[in-house]
Design a protein around this ligand. Structure first.
Ligand SMILES: N[C@@H](CCC(=O)N[C@@H](CS)C(=O)NCC(=O)O)C(=O)O
Length: 285
């Protein structure tokens, strides 16, 4: 979906106004990052959004939000965000990836059909999205920055190698195994259920796709070994199925999809380790 022209903030007072109010994603330029989860939701739904990462003053737009001088002046209710992604929709300004997705997903048709009577589905979806973000985003990031985000990689390289070996051996199989189990539970209920919440794709599947995709970029050898081992077939089938959805495939092939680089997911040759190696033995060597 191409970025919509810059929109003036609008007051969205009635449900009709809200539906026609433009969406604006404020995020860093040049990398998928956590903004990608928001983009994938819009792209899958085929709903237009403005993506400030594609604009000339992208960095300044993020800084204006997260600056310590941002006191949310002009808004009676919003609070300043600590970090992007940030979503603006009419008068609403919110941050935190999973929170933004909880707001957007019902509006974008990315939660189970309400006619199934499951009014609490969003909380199950949020648990799944948060779990994917915990293990396959935050922990993956912390594998290359295990001491502190504010230090350079070169100043925590030895710790990053040790952390990455432990991650791919112990944490990665745990998280992949968890999502495989969720998918198995669904398939045992009904063999048509190939998504995390059953037969219908939801935003949690998109989050899981992006988390697994980024993890594969950072740890290609480990993910290949785990994939080839055959223990996570449903999970990798979900990843491949999301990738092939028409709107997602078109987006991934477009220039709107930013390349991985110096973001959450980074490729360092020395961190491209495989699970079968013994991390503690290696640490002693
Ligand atoms: N839990 C937050 C994390 C937000 C976050 O760490 N954002 C990154 C970019 S992906 C950032 O710019 N962080 C700046 C900082 O933490 O100082 C979320 O999911 O939105």
């Amino acid at each position: 979906m191409s970025a919509a022209p810059a929109a003036k903030r609008q007051k969205a007072s009635s449900p009709d106004d809200v539906a026609s109010t433009p969406y604006k994603l404020i995020y860093w330029p040049g990398l998928p990052g956590r903004g990608e989860h928001i983009r994938l939701a819009f792209e899958e739904a085929g709903v237009a959004y403005e993506d400030t990462a594609l604009q000339e003053d992208a960095v300044q737009q993020v800084l204006a939000q997260i600056s310590t001088s941002n006191l949310a002046i002009g808004s009676a209710l919003n609070v300043p965000p600590l970090a992007p992604p940030v979503l603006e929709h009419g008068d609403l300004v919110i941050s935190q990836t999973s929170n933004i997705l909880m707001y957007l997903a019902p509006r974008l048709g990315l939660v189970p059909d309400a006619s199934n009577g499951d009014a609490d589905a969003i909380y199950r979806l949020n648990a799944l999205a948060l779990t994917a973000l915990d293990g396959l985003s935050n922990e993956v990031h912390d594998s290359h920055h295990p001491i502190c985000t504010s230090l350079y990689f070169k100043d925590q390289r030895a710790e990053a190698i040790r952390s990455s070996k432990l991650f791919v051996k112990e944490r990665l199989p745990k998280f992949l195994g968890y999502f495989e189990r969720v998918l198995r539970v669904q398939a045992e209920r009904d063999e048509a259920n190939k998504w995390l919440c059953g037969a219908q794709l939801t935003y949690a599947d998109l989050v899981l796709f992006q988390c697994l995709d980024g993890t594969s970029y950072q740890f290609p050898r480990a993910v290949k070994q785990l994939r080839d081992g055959g223990a996570y077939q449903r999970l990798f089938a979900l990843h491949d199925a999301v990738k092939q959805r028409p709107n997602i495939a078109a987006y991934l092939a477009s220039e709107r999809r930013q390349p991985y680089g110096e973001g959450i997911y980074r490729y360092y040759k020395e961190l491209d380790v495989v699970p079968e190696e013994d991390p503690e033995e290696d640490a002693k060597a």
